[in-house]
Design a protein around this ligand. Sequence first.
Ligand SMILES: [Zn+2]
Length: 433
Amino acid sequence: MRGGARSSRAAPRAGTAVTATLLILNAAEVVTMDGPAPDATRPDDAAPLGCIPNGAVAVDGERIVAVGRTEDIERTYGASPGAVRIDARGAVVAPGLIDAHTHAAFLGDRAHEHALRLRGATYAETAAAGGGIASTVRAVRAATDDTVEQALRARLARMRSFGVTTVEAKSGYGLDTETEVRLLRAIRRVRASGETRVFSTFLPLHAVDPDLRSMPGGRERFVKRCSDETLPAALAEAPDFVDAYVDSTGFSVAECRPLLERAAAAGLSARLHVGQFADVGGAELAAEMLAASADHLEHVSDAGARAMAAAGVVGILLPGAAFSLGQPMPDARRLRSLGMEIALATDCNPGTSPTENLPLMATFAVRQMGLSIVEAWWGLTRAPARSLRRDDLGVLRVGALADVCVLDLPTWEALPYQFGSALARYTIVGGKT
Ligand SMILES: [Zn+2]
């Protein structure tokens, strides 16, 4: 089956006004993603895609008002005065893709570090030699707010060329209170522009502030400062989530817990970096905290993965980082068999995953991580939306936000096949092209 054709939703309820401000018509396929969650035992079942051949989407303002076959949408909404019409002939129309794990608010590049790693240096060795997160922290601290904002906006624009309409962006390159707050402010300003839908995450426990690292007791002071001083200051910039790097190269569960508990009391759910290099109990912590997501997961026990699945924690896999570091890819098939819902993200960052290409992560996932193409689509749409605690994103259905991408693909199966290219003919955010 080519993707479960479904009945038309074009017919409006009696008494409702039949107007649209935007019509997307004649799509080879509309991939609504309005189907059931993928079943790990039947990963190729296309029902989750809710695919409509010769499909169309009608939008009124910032919301979707109808999804169905072109002839039905045309009949009901075709006469809407002043509606913008997009001809999606030969294209796949899908929910705007969602990149739910990025560090896209950064400056500077670390190409030399990459070159050193190619010559055999480990990530830890390049970090000890003045590279690593500390080098990005220096670049960000030295920059003006405008420069950070411009760099982020430029990256989000390139991400839109791949069909990405929602991006989560983390702080974590300030590490002192002042710069962490400045980063969150830059993210908030870019969010206000509305060009891309942006979620902001406060990530103070990313690495120890280089100014404190070599001081006696500096690490303990830093960890305490993150929850006692940096968190209260950060809340003024209205972050959506809190994050911490729970790993052998980051912070222990005991170090992360006070920050996460104080943040939870202030209403912030957690998204955590877990098990990139070693399993130090981060998956169990994510489950206990009812975290929105736990991300990386190269090293996670069966028990940890099952605990996450039972607690509804989305697993976000970041193949770009494993690829760049020359590490084995996260084993998505194993995590699916343990019951986990899987999202894919770029981890866009200058050290370990300097990519802005989310569909490329789907290519890695289907070729090297054991996901089916259907599960990969879910991992770019519904799963990341759930990790952002939103059910009106990542899906094309009546009432959802009109975040849509029109991709130059003949069929949904071509998404991970045509790797590396910029695919989007149009991206639409909140009904605006
Ligand atoms: Zn990350």
